[in-house]
Structures are given as structure tokens and as C-alpha cells.
Write a protein that binds this ligand. Sequence first.
Ligand SMILES: Cc1cc2nc3c(=O)[nH]c(=O)nc-3n(C[C@H](O)[C@H](O)[C@H](O)COP(=O)(O)OP(=O)(O)OC[C@H]3O[C@@H](n4cnc5c(N)ncnc54)[C@H](O)[C@@H]3O)c2cc1C
Length: 458
Amino acid sequence: MNHKALTKTHLKLLTDIFPGQSMTVQPAEMLIYGTDAGKRFSMPQAVVRPERTEQVQELMRMAQQERIPVVTRARGTNVVSACVPHQGGIVLSCLQMNKILSINSDDFTAHVQPGVVTHDLQQEVLKKGLLYPPDPASKKFCTIGGNIATNAGGMSAVKYGVTKDYVLGLEAVLPGGEIIKTGGRLHKNVVGYDLTKLLTGSEGSLGVIVKACLKLLPVPEASASILVCFENEAHALQGVMAVFRAGILPCAMEFMPKEVMQCLSEYGPVPWPEKAAACLIIRLDGSAACLEQEITKLRSALQDVLYFDMAMGEDEEHIWEIRRLINPASFKLGPDKVSDDVVVPRGEILRAIKGIRTIGKKFGLKILAFGHIGDGNIHVNFMHDKSIEGEQQKVSSAREEVLRLVLSLEGSISGEHGVGLSKKAYLSWQLRDKELQIMRDIKKVFDPYNILNPGTGV
Ligand SMILES: Cc1cc2nc3c(=O)[nH]c(=O)nc-3n(C[C@H](O)[C@H](O)[C@H](O)COP(=O)(O)OP(=O)(O)OC[C@H]3O[C@@H](n4cnc5c(N)ncnc54)[C@H](O)[C@@H]3O)c2cc1C
């Protein structure tokens, strides 16, 4: 349901808080703020671009008093329509709050505003020999605030964890305008409930993050990437288990089944022999001496290998280029794509991949399932052509079967992308009434009048 029109008084208040270019109600300018990578659209009633925390506070004070929805957004790269203002209201863009405030090499911390682009922060800390590990594939164009609000993960999650593992403290403005400060420069802190973790992954529904203190690590001395191909999936999966059992914790471990390899080979030249039907891309890092030992261990742990290629340092990129080509190559199978990012326990991956293949056959759909095998996170891409009658319905039925399959394997319907509007209908498939009720009660404590990102997430 759309929020009623903003009054002249509202607009006057907004222009007082956001002078000049920091606010707009021009439809042409607001168009882009009505959508995100989830592709739904709804026109905002106003867009504001604060530069200071006080502006966010004043906005939230007014919005709560007047019961106007506020939808916080950054780069809009989330794929679940988590920042589409589908009930109207004001879109708050955090992109003008984009400063790296400090990098502290003694604490191994960085203080940042939410609109800093993730890759920019990584490059800045690298200059001081420090590492900010979370690495969503979108890192060159998404922000720290968006990453915190979605608890973004990436390929290196298997060793380094996800965004929540690097958020030490937050400052957030609540509906009503009050600021809360959680955590701080501390690497350990067990006083009270962990509000930092609660805000992390809350998809903008509890408060507007205006500052974050992030944990940094030392940069590892050396790294190596390995492409290893097998004759069948069972061998590849045995390889995964063998690597972990050998005591190796890779910083990335990606899996590609035969459908993906075939799609890549139709797209361009590939290095593996024709017989190869599954492959792993593994990245190791650490001290040069440890790395050498781990490579030796890994070589002896992997059995039934058809093809092996290894690169170190800057040369590693040619191996990862193969992984990056999956997205463009996938469109050879169909002009349209619906993607899910399900997770299963690592021991259930083979069952999940086979089950997804069976569902694809049942619906006559081309489904590419591949991904972060090290942490059980599988990207499921339903390739189709929506101009063909009935195709979209087939995708949505197949998608529901995949989600049910994953839940039957004790998995989760999302490992990275979150709930937003896209997965809301399936929440009760995974969470029981009591858990959902607790989450909704928490939302009421933070946002009693449901003005922040209303209707998305839980
Ligand atoms: C090509 C591509 C690759 C991707 N790869 C990955 C991946 O590997 N891993 C992964 O996890 N995701 C991935 N994503 C999804 C997306 O990039 C992440 O969800 C990212 O964290 C969103 O960041 P953003 O700056 O674009 O935030 P937005 O999309 O603008 O916002 C995302 C959510 O955060 C909230 N939000 C934003 N800023 C704030 C703030 N300051 N305070 C409170 N709430 C806020 C919004 O309300 C919304 O709910 C990918 C997306 C694309 C398009």
C-alpha cells in the first residue's frame, strides 16, 4: 500500500534539512532510486542524500513523527529488492557519507562512513599492509554500509568468514532520531546482547548505519590458485573432503559441475580435456613456507585428477577469469535469469546438485548450479526466455522445488543475498512461528511505527 502524498509542510521540512542538491522530488532524478539489482520498481516520494549524521537524525525524527516510510539505500546492488520503496516514502541514499575516517595499524581497525565502496577501503588498507577480507563479487561497486546491512559474503568466506566477522562496532540512527553506539575498537567484548551482530544483516530494517568500526588483518605473504578437473562430480567432491581432512583451510574453494563447464566451453576456449566433468578452483594463502607445504599436501590429497593447473601471485588472475566468465557464458542458455543463493551442509552438496539437476529435467529448464563449495553456498541460476509463454511460471515452480529440496537437506534459502521482497514469501518455510515472532518483536523495539524499510525482510 502506498504512503499518502507528502504535504507542503513535509517538503518544507525536508528542504530545510537537505538544502540544494541534497534532496529531490523530480521524477526523472528519482527513477534510479526506485529500483535495485532485484529489478522491481516503485517510485519514491522524495530522495535525500545526507552528508552528516545530524541530517539523518533530523530526518528520522520527522519521519517517525509523521509516520513516513524511509528506505535506506547505498549502491542498490542487492538482488532481492531490499531497497525498493514499495510502500512509497523517502529514499535515504548513504552515498554522500563516504569517508574513510581512520585506519589504525596498532588496533588493526578502520573507522568508515557507510557509503565507502568496499574495494576502495581494501585498496587503502592494503597500502598499510592490512587486509579487509570480505569479498563480495560486487566489491568494486557496492558499499560497506550495504555489506553490513546484508552481511555480505564472498568467495573467501570459507577461511575468512563474512562481513559480520569484521564489524567491531556501529553507530546507527534509529527511527525517532536517537543514535545507538554498539561495540567499538575492541576485538573482544561480551557485555550485554550483541547489538552489532543484530544490526549486521538486518537489511536496513532496524536503523540507519552512519559509522562502522571494522576489523583488519595482516596481509598474507603469498598465495596460489589451483584449477583441478575430474572425470566426475563424485571425485571432485571427494577432493573437497580430502583437502579439509589433510588439514588445509583454503581461502576459496569453488565448484563447477559439467553443465557449467560445457557452457564455458561453448563460450570460448577452455583448458581442460573433453572428458572432464567437474572442477574445483582453490585458493590458498599464508606465509611462503606454509604455502609451499600446503601445496604439497594438497597435491597428494587430491585423487583421480584429470587436469591440474597452478598459478601464484599476479598470475593467479587467469585461473579466476574462468570463474568470472560463468555469468556472461550463462546467457548462451537463455536471455533471462533468476538466481538463488542457497546453502546446504557441506556433506549434502552432491545430493543438492543432483536434486537440482532432477528438478531442471522435470521442468525442462536449464539450471546452472555452482559455487562456493567450501561453505556449501550454491548459486542456482534458472536460465530461461520469459517471452516464451509459461516459461516464467515453470521457473517459479522449479525455484520453489529447489528451495524445498534445500530445506529438506537442513539448508537455508539464502546464504548471501538475504530476504528483501524476493524471499519474503518463503520465510515461514525456513523459520518457525516462534522465531519469526521474536524477530518481529525485535523490529518493534527498534522501529515501533514500522517506518524503516517497511514490508521487506522479516
Ligand atoms: C554482480 C553482483 C555480484 C554480487 N555478488 C555478491 C556476493 O558475492 N556476495 C554477496 O553477499 N552479495 C553479492 N551481491 C549482492 C550485493 O552486492 C550485496 O548485497 C551488497 O552488500 C549490497 O551493497 P550496496 O551498497 O549495493 O547496498 P544496497 O543494495 O543499496 O542496499 C542493500 C541493503 O542494505 C541496506 N542499507 C544500505 N546502506 C545502509 C545503511 N547505511 N544503513 C542501514 N541499511 C543500509 C538497504 O536498505 C538494503 O536493505 C552481488 C550483486 C551483484 C549485482
